[in-house]
Write a protein that binds this ligand. Structure first.
Ligand SMILES: [Zn+2]
Length: 321
């Protein structure tokens, strides 16, 4: 699903929400109008409003009409009070009173609409999964001062990177480093930050993308394209743990190369985390993928250094007990 599809969905939901609120209010009114006394008063008031406006337009005296209007209005109030109603019950109750569920206020986008698009993006990209956010970032899990400083630097750098998007010098980003230095966590934080910015970003494990490649490869019905489109459509695609997927003949390398080439030529941004070094990538995926993932022109490598943070986290939590 593209961001445009998601925005269209949100627009449709807003139109429905607004129409539903209006229909509910109209139903209340129509129900009360079934009473003849109220019906007479209601249409008398409407007619008077029209007549007064007409007189005012032609600058004619309408003081007696106005008196009758006030009297009718009073009678309506008395009727409604007797039936535990008020004129407010005939007005639509909108989910957002600020924009009345139009999504726009004075030509600007309402905060509720921005939130709705963000939520729809999240739902489309990650479902109900909870991703880490930069606020969860903890430097104190590092075992030494050097790694703590590196983690702090990495956080600032990545936040700037998301902020600078789409004006990034590189379309492909690789977070490299040993197991447990915080790459996957960082990738989740980056994904969350993109989604919060309203960017259609999708995160997958390399295992999941390999499965989509396999489905694409082995499907011959019209569903085929959707498997690859899931990976080609998002403006930002984030793939965790490249190198841990099983190597499937005629699938993994071919479609990874296709994915990289197609996304690059469409000007879309792709992130990877990996434990592999450039040499490992050359050995595992061959020259074509290597050139896409490791050429300094196309790809930017970001190295996470230090010890396994997961181990130090366990040690810390053990210490507390
Ligand atoms: Zn609103």
């Amino acid at each position: 699903m593209t961001k445009q599809d998601i925005v269209t969905q949100v627009n449709q939901a807003y139109a429905k929400k607004r129409a539903d609120a209006q229909a509910r209010a109209l139903a209340v009114l129509q129900n009360v109008l079934r009473d003849k006394t109220f019906e007479t008063l209601y249409y008398k008031k409407k007619q008077l409003e029209f007549d007064i406006a007409k007189h005012e337009f032609f600058k004619e005296d309408c003081s007696s009409l106005k008196n009758t209007y006030l009297q009718t209005q009073k009678e309506i109030q008395t009727y409604l009070q007797k039936h535990h109603l008020s004129e407010k019950d005939f007005e639509p109750t909108y989910a957002c009173p600020i924009c009345q569920d139009t999504g726009r206020v004075n030509g600007n986008i309402c905060a509720c609409y921005k939130e709705a698009v963000r939520n729809a993006l999240k739902q489309a990209c990650i479902g109900n999964r909870n991703l880490a956010v930069f606020d969860d970032w903890r430097e104190d899990v590092a075992t030494n001062q050097e790694q703590r400083a590196e983690l702090q630097k990495a956080k600032v750098y990545l936040q700037k990177l998301v902020h600078a998007y789409p004006k990034l010098l590189h379309k492909t980003w690789v977070f490299a480093g040993c197991t447990g230095v915080g790459k996957s966590f960082a990738l989740e934080c980056v994904t969350s930050a993109f989604l919060n910015r309203g960017v259609d970003a999708c995160i997958y494990t390399s295992f999941q993308i390999n499965e989509l490649f396999l489905k694409y490869h082995t499907t011959f019905t019209e569903e085929k394209e959707q498997y690859m489109n899931q990976l080609l459509e998002p403006s930002v695609l984030l793939i965790d743990d490249l190198g841990t997927e099983p190597m499937l003949n005629n699938v993994t390398i071919n479609y990874l190369y296709l994915l990289l080439t197609e996304r690059m030529s469409a000007g879309k941004t792709t992130f990877f985390t990996t434990n592999l070094s450039p040499n490992n990538i050359l050995e595992r995926y061959g020259e074509r993928v290597f050139s896409r993932l490791c050429s300094t022109k196309d790809a930017k490598w970001f190295k996470f250094i230090g010890d396994d943070l997961r181990l130090s986290l366990t040690k810390k939590s053990l210490k507390k007990e």
